[in-house]
Write a protein that binds this ligand. Structure first.
Ligand code: BES
Ligand code: ZN
Length: 625
């Protein structure tokens, strides 16, 4: 009897594993589950009436005019009698719309709303199953950054997109809400000396005529639409992973990311099979406004993680983890953003623990705790809830460390309460059972009740869940992380603070993380001669590691140390990663003299930043054109 059961189970398991491991999914994925879609305050679309199920893109990339021109064919799932389709657009010039019966469709562009753009309303015939929109993007499209050769590492221009959160509508007319998922195919035409890559399957070979074809056979939300165009080379990292970058960067990138397959294996062990076929990375020029972006099959990454010692690969673990939390199970609106980022930050650390050990993951968690403390101190209380209310606000301006770090701590709190032996299979099943669906905070909590709390004899009240989700700050029983490695750093920091010479500090074994921790602990009132001594002992202002350099520059500016001013200017004019720009500009802006420096640097750097970073720094510095 026992034997029969075992056999049956293992047969089932094999069949299941084969089905999901297969890289050729069925030709037509099943329709979107008819869960009640939540209202999305950041989209004009009405997907309960008509939902886009497939997108066919055909675009020409023109570096001369800084525009994309072409068509988007939208295939539709119609749920009722609705006679119109409403799409999101922003700064798009619509040149015509046709229906699948070949007839011209009448359309109307509504009034422009700040950061939401304009609704595009298209009249449908009763039998219309698809429409084709002909359009052109504007040179200032917020999702696009067009780089001059001087902003790249070679003699060619570069273009990349950044669609999250609500920017896909600035380069594609679509239902720009994470509650709608669609498959896509694309034909992208670029100057023949350049290569195009997308968040999709591609041929992996250079096209002689500059024409590239892509297809994404799994349903994805609009914010995962991504395109990169540049002088790109590819280096394989493993059987299912590789890296694209400009020729001057690609070898360094391949070395840095050599552990990628190990990370994938660890993630699969925790959360189930990787469902996207390949996992490649694209290393962007330094103006990329984020650390990384989890575009499916092709993570976009900042070159600032190419530290030369593989010490910043937690970012790869993070973007890879989004292949489950985010890309497979997606926040239904940006109010539920913690379902993407909190789960991913938690999973990132579990993956890092699996590959590099507990001590390593502990360091990451303590650094995250520091980010959380900073966020809690700076934000109004209502912005520190896990569930947000972003109606009327730009989701791209409202992101903070809270969904990441408070979200990860909440999951750690659940993990501690239930034990890993229950919590790990719970998360794994959560991803499997909701694969390719969008999720609200409430539906997650209902699943949590049923699948973890009840079987473990736990309750929402007992765990204080309401306070985590809809309350400000951090509950008193939040699991504070500790790091043995950082305790040793703290001891050296205490010695330095009480007067020990910099050269006497025991720093030989320190990696990036110990340095970051040390520098974050430098006192606000550190005297300039002591900072000069520290800088010359450890060459801090000359560090190539951008995390260490950033932590140093920020601490030194905070202490009013003028010696770092040239390095700060070099730093702010050499990269566009928002996480580095914002705290530094904010620190400078605290004094009138610093604000003047900030504005002078920004005047010079602004044209080199991505529109997303420009919008943030404009707001911070009160920049007027
Ligand atoms: N998905 C985010 C980036 C993002 C968030 C873009 C919101 C636009 C709006 C990505 O996964 C991310 O979190 N990146 C982090 C790095 C990570 C290691 C914390 C970043 O860019 O700093
Ligand atoms: Zn993320």
């Amino acid at each position: 009897m026992a034997r029969t059961t075992l056999l049956a189970v293992s047969t089932l398991f094999t069949a299941g594993a084969l089905a999901v491991g297969c890289t050729r999914p069925p030709a037509a994925p099943p329709p979107q589950p008819s869960v009640s879609l939540p209202d999305d305050p950041h989209s004009f679309s009405r997907p309960r009436e008509v939902a886009v199920s497939h997108l066919g893109l055909d675009l020409v990339v023109d570096f001369g005019t800084r525009t994309l021109t072409g068509t988007a064919r939208l295939e539709l799932d119609r749920h009722g009698e609705a006679r119109e389709l409403v799409l999101d657009t922003r700064d798009l010039e619509i040149t015509g719309v046709t229906r699948d019966d070949g007839q011209v469709a009448s359309f109307q562009l509504g009034d422009e709303k700040p950061f939401l753009g304009r609704p595009l309303t298209i009249e449908l015939a009763p039998a219309t199953k698809a429409v084709t929109v002909a359009y052109r993007t504007s040179p200032g499209a917020a999702a696009l950054q067009w780089l001059e050769p001087a902003q790249t590492s070679g003699p060619h221009p570069f273009l990349f997109t950044q669609s999250q959160a609500a920017l896909a509508r600035t380069w594609i007319p679509l239902q720009d809400t994470p509650a709608v998922r669609f498959t896509y195919d694309a034909q992208i035409t670029v100057p023949p000396e350049l290569v195009a890559v997308m968040s999709a399957e591609n041929a992996q070979t250079k096209s002689p005529d500059g024409r590239y074809r892509f297809r994404m056979t799994e349903r994805v939300p609009s914010y995962l639409m991504a395109l990169g165009v540049g002088d790109l080379e590819f280096r394989p990292l493993g059987d299912r992973s590789g890296v694209y970058a400009e020729p001057a960067v690609v070898e360094k990138a391949a070395w840095e990311f050599a552990d990628t397959e190990k990370l994938i294996v660890a993630a699969e062990k925790l959360y189930g099979p990787y469902r996207w076929g390949r996992y490649d990375l694209l290393v962007l020029p330094p103006s990329f406004p984020f650390g990384g972006m989890e575009n499916p099959r092709l993570t976009f990454a900042t070159p600032t993680i190419l530290a030369g010692d593989r010490s910043l690969v937690a970012l790869v673990a993070h973007e890879l983890a989004h292949s489950w939390s985010g890309n497979l199970v997606t926040n239904a609106t940006w109010n539920d953003f913690w379902l993407n980022e909190g789960f991913t930050t938690y999973a990132e650390r579990r993956i890092m623990e699996e590959v590099f050990g507990r001590d390593y993951a502990d360091m990451l968690a303590v650094i995250g705790w520091g980010d959380l403390e900073t966020g809690l101190a700076e934000l109004p209380p209502e912005d520190t809830h896990l569930r947000l209310n972003l109606a009327g606000r730009d989701p791209d301006d409202s992101s903070s460390d809270i969904p990441y770090e408070k979200g990860a701590l909440f999951l750690t709190h659940l993990e501690r309460a239930a034990g890993r032996e229950r919590f790990d299979p719970f998360l794994n099943r959560y991803f499997t059972e909701h694969a390719f669906q969008s999720m609200t905070t409430d539906s997650f909590l209902a699943y949590l009740d049923r699948e973890l709390l009840a079987p473990a004899g736990l309750t929402r009240e007992g765990l204080g869940i309401a306070a985590w989700i809809d309350g400000p700050g951090l509950p008193a029983d939040a699991p504070r992380p500790m790091s043995a490695a950082f305790a040793r750093v703290d001891a050296e920091l205490a010695r330095w603070r009480s007067g020990a010479a910099a050269a006497s500090l025991e720093t030989k074994a320190w990696t990036t993380h110990e340095w970051v921790h040390f520098l974050r602990g430098l006192p606000k009132d550190a005297a300039s001669p002591r900072l000069t001594e520290l800088d010359s002992a450890f060459g801090l202002s000359e560090r190539g590691n951008k995390e260490v350099l950033f932590a140093w520059l920020l601490a030194a500016e905070r202490a009013g140390f003028a010696g770092v001013q040239p390095a700060v200017e070099r730093f702010l004019t050499s990269l566009g990663r928002r996480k580095f720009l914002m705290p530094l500009y904010a620190e400078l802006a605290k004094t009138p003299a610093g604000k003047a420096r900030a504005l002078a640097i920004y005047r010079q750097a602004r044209p080199t930043y991505h529109p997303v970073a420009v919008a943030s720094v404009d707001g911070l510095l009160g920049w007027q054109n």
